[in-house]
Design a protein around this ligand. Structure first.
Ligand SMILES: NC(=O)c1ccc[n+]([C@@H]2O[C@H](COP(=O)([O-])OP(=O)(O)OC[C@H]3O[C@@H](n4cnc5c(N)ncnc54)[C@H](O)[C@@H]3O)[C@@H](O)[C@H]2O)c1
Length: 340
């Protein structure tokens, strides 16, 4: 049994909590939140922009309000870090140095140098670091990755990704809305598509971004549209979280290849549809589930087998942060930022 301690019982920590309750190889032995209200016997559900929210029952689980205390006392194999992004580096380094495996939510950190500090700590330890870039594990996105890898889409002509959200209202102390703490929508939300694009197509030659603000000030962080410069095909991604409260969260993609068009569109039914040039439109088969479940199942298998994760490495998660920084630079200067 892998003994896990979970820190941060907000929206994402609650999602992870519920998943661990249904996993056989895992025992969630301890939880930690600095807010004592969130480590009571019963914790009200916090709804975010995706996934079901359920009330947490914490009886039988060791509870802490101090992270250092939890990693010292709880005899863990692994910590799962679901705290605000500025806390990811120190918590990750402390846990690795205490001899624990680490699952850390995305984005890995607020800066590339902080990512490097986390990677150095992982390399100096004999433990694994897994950054929860969940889109790589979301079934519809896996379909796209598989169809590109096995040639069913053929050579790519264009690829477009979108992620639009109402303004997040759930975060503790509204930390998400403070761009100094979260990096704004560009780092916190849009990074999902950045990471996925990197996983499909590798590092682009450069980025050209434009952005706008509605609730933030300073360099645009509320909404971004980026063109990723690759040879021979068009690729862009758009993301933002300042849509009106009643606007439902949506994500999607449209990829045109020489063998057909694959679309994930929240406005259509079925949402995922492949239109081949030589056949009938159809929904490719996929196993239902969420990326949250599948990423945690994957990393639990890595820990159980002793095999370091390959589907998302700390270096790949760092690369996504680096590309977001280049996009910000492009917004600031109005110029293409070269990545070569
Ligand atoms: N993968 C995804 O789709 C996804 C979605 C949302 C958030 N996230 C990420 O998950 C992380 C958490 O975001 P959230 O939306 O759950 O935030 P949140 O504000 O809902 O929850 C954060 C929790 O951490 C606790 N906390 C803060 N400081 C602490 C400390 N020093 N020690 C212990 N607990 C502390 C807070 O009290 C709160 O309960 C962020 O990195 C965010 O980017 C990922």
């Amino acid at each position: 049994m892998i003994r896990i301690g979970l820190v941060g019982l907000g929206f994402m920590g609650q999602q992870h909590f519920s998943i661990y309750q249904n996993m056989e190889q895992v025992e969630l032995v301890a939880v930690c939140d600095k807010d004592p209200e969130r480590v009571r016997d019963s914790v009200p559900a916090i709804a975010g922009n995706i996934g079901d929210a359920t009330e947490l029952k914490l009886d039988g689980i060791d509870r802490y309000t101090d992270f250092a205390q939890m990693i010292e006392d709880a005899q863990l194999d692994c910590v799962d870090i679901c705290t605000p992004t500025p806390l990811h580096p120190d918590m990750t380094v402390d846990a690795l140095q205490a001899g624990l495996h680490v699952i850390c939510e995305k984005p890995m950190a607020l800066s590339v140098s902080e990512c490097d500090r986390m990677i150095a700590a992982a390399e100096a330890s004999s433990r694994m670091l897994f950054i929860a870039q969940c889109i790589r594990f979301w079934p519809e996105y896996e379909v796209l990755a598989d169809m590109l890898a096995n040639g069913r889409l053929g050579r790519v002509v264009s690829a477009r990704f979108t992620r639009h959200s109402p303004t997040p209202a759930w975060s503790s102390g509204s930390w998400l809305l403070d761009a100094e703490l979260s990096g704004g929508a560009v780092l916190d939300l849009h990074i999902h598509d950045v990471d996925f694009i990197l996983s499909l197509f590798g590092k682009p030659q450069g980025v050209l971004s434009r952005g706008g603000n509605l609730i933030s000030s300073g360099p645009a962080v509320d909404h971004v549209l980026t063109t990723y410069l690759y040879d021979g095909f068009a690729c862009n991604a758009e993301g933002g979280w300042v849509f009106p409260t009643d606007f439902p969260f949506e994500r999607g993609f449209q990829v045109l290849g020489e063998k057909g068009f694959l679309e994930l569109s929240p406005a259509k039914q079925p949402e995922l549809q492949f239109y081949p040039f030589d056949g009938e439109p159809h929904t490719p088969e996929f196993t239902p589930g969420t990326g949250y479940e599948r990423e945690l199942e994957y990393f639990v298998q890595c820990m159980a087998s002793g095999q370091a994760p390959t589907r998302i490495t700390p270096q790949a998660a760092r690369e996504a942060v680096a590309i977001v920084m280049a996009e910000r630079e492009s917004i600031r200067t109005g110029q293409v930022v070269s990545l070569e």
